[in-house]
Design a protein. Structure first.
Length: 397
């Protein structure tokens, strides 16, 4: 076991790299899908050019042409957009390893769900990413690949099925994070295995003096469009680990499905608007996304917070005993849990008044959700959660 301080620094630096690379990748995805949508035939376009777009930015004017398939000859310098995707996935996987594999007992495994060994849990995690990509790729290459709407439903069901499977294998937090990891893997693999190789086929044909086959380009465009629609859901999943309302109490699959739908509806609205196409569905897309969000709020307990907590309020001493036994191995000035050098989120419950001051946070994490203790490694019981709930509901006296 490495020093927890080293683990924290690795996690911090990898998360920083992951976010920076993700911003670069998302930026290029949004830009090129937008650019493809706004290209127009001005009547002055050259032969072999599908459309052009005029841009202004940073004090300069730019004109961008898109060729129908490829130019007759290539310039000496050709810019590729691939490393943003590769570094996003690589930093994300390393972050997964540092937090969830390195600390598998605390973060990945919940023995009340499945009693997995760390080695088996890690193998299942890595294997599921590979299996998910293979299943997705086969769907795209099957006859469904030519039927956009049916393929979209099939990919959605694949993601939902993975979310349900993860929820029955890992802790709630790890299960939800793995849905994002799977979606990110599909996106990065699209770039590595399909988009870039297909573009290289076009370049090779041009260099050999042959007319490029349009099929690889069409396939690459399809996968790029898939990535565009999955971008917003995967960004939210990247930052979901501190929001148990998304994955507590087994609601992770529902939340993951809703987030995918909301993100896709929003992206579809903007893609339609940028294309200039008049589509009857466009005005309905944002209200539909808002309606799904309302559904997610209800699913998370808004307006119906029945926590099952009834009965007389216990004393503070009874609550403090539960917190000491179940929470302070991590949440103490000097944690005894070897995975932590300092109290997570700076919450040390052995400080005077800390438990009462953080009563609502404790209630959210242990009563409204089973997110804490992590993986329930200290085996907090339902009766103890209810006891804490009664105390908080009584005003944390």
């Amino acid at each position: 076991m490495f020093d927890p301080i080293i683990a924290d620094w690795l996690g911090l630096l990898l998360r920083w790299a992951h976010v920076m690379a993700g911003i670069a990748w998302i930026g290029t995805s949004f830009y090129f899908i937008w650019l493809d949508a706004v290209l127009r035939d001005s009547g002055r376009t050259k032969e072999g050019v599908a459309g052009e777009s005029w841009l202004v930015h940073g004090g300069g004017f730019y004109r961008v042409d898109k060729f129908t398939i490829a130019p007759a000859a290539l310039p000496e310098e050709l810019h590729w957009f691939k490393y943003e995707a590769y570094f996003t996935w690589l930093s994300g996987f390393l972050l997964l390893a540092v937090i969830y594999y390195w600390g598998a007992e605390a973060f990945l495994i919940d023995r009340s769900v499945v009693d997995l060994s760390p080695g088996l849990a890690i193998a299942v995690s890595v294997g599921s990413l590979a299996v998910g990509w293979i299943a997705y790729d086969l769907l795209c290459r099957s006859p469904l690949g030519a039927r956009t709407a049916i393929l979209a439903v099939a990919v959605f069901l694949l993601i939902l099925g993975a979310a349900v499977a993860y929820d029955h294998l890992f802790s709630g937090r790890a299960a939800f994070l793995h849905v994002g990891a799977l979606v990110g893997t599909l996106m990065a693999a699209n770039v590595f295995f399909v988009i870039i190789p297909n573009q290289k086929k076009t370049v090779a044909a041009l260099l050999a003096g042959r007319a490029p086959d349009p099929k690889p380009g069409a396939q690459a465009k399809q996968r790029s469009l898939h990535n565009n629609y999955l971008t917003l859901p995967v960004v939210l999943m990247m930052v979901s680990n501190h929001y148990p309302l998304l994955y507590g109490d087994g609601r992770g699959p529902v939340m993951a499905a809703g987030i995918v739908v909301v993100g896709a509806l929003i992206r579809h609205f903007f893609n339609l608007r940028n294309s200039g196409r008049k589509d009857w569905s466009r005005p309905l897309l944002i209200p539909a996304a808002a309606l799904v969000v309302v559904g997610l709020l209800v699913a998370s307990g808004l307006g119906s917070r029945d926590d099952g907590v009834t009965g007389a309020a216990p004393s503070r001493e009874e609550v403090e005993l539960v917190i000491r036994q179940r929470c302070m191995s991590c949440h103490a000035a000097k944690p005894t849990d070897e995975n932590f050098e300092a109290a997570p989120a700076g919450l040390a419950f052995d400080k005077d008044g800390a438990i009462r001051a953080n009563a609502q946070r404790i209630y959210a994490q242990t009563v409204l959700s089973d997110a804490m203790p992590l993986g329930n490694v200290t085996q907090m019981t339902a009766e103890e959660r209810a006891l804490v709930g009664r105390w908080v509901r009584a005003g944390a006296p």
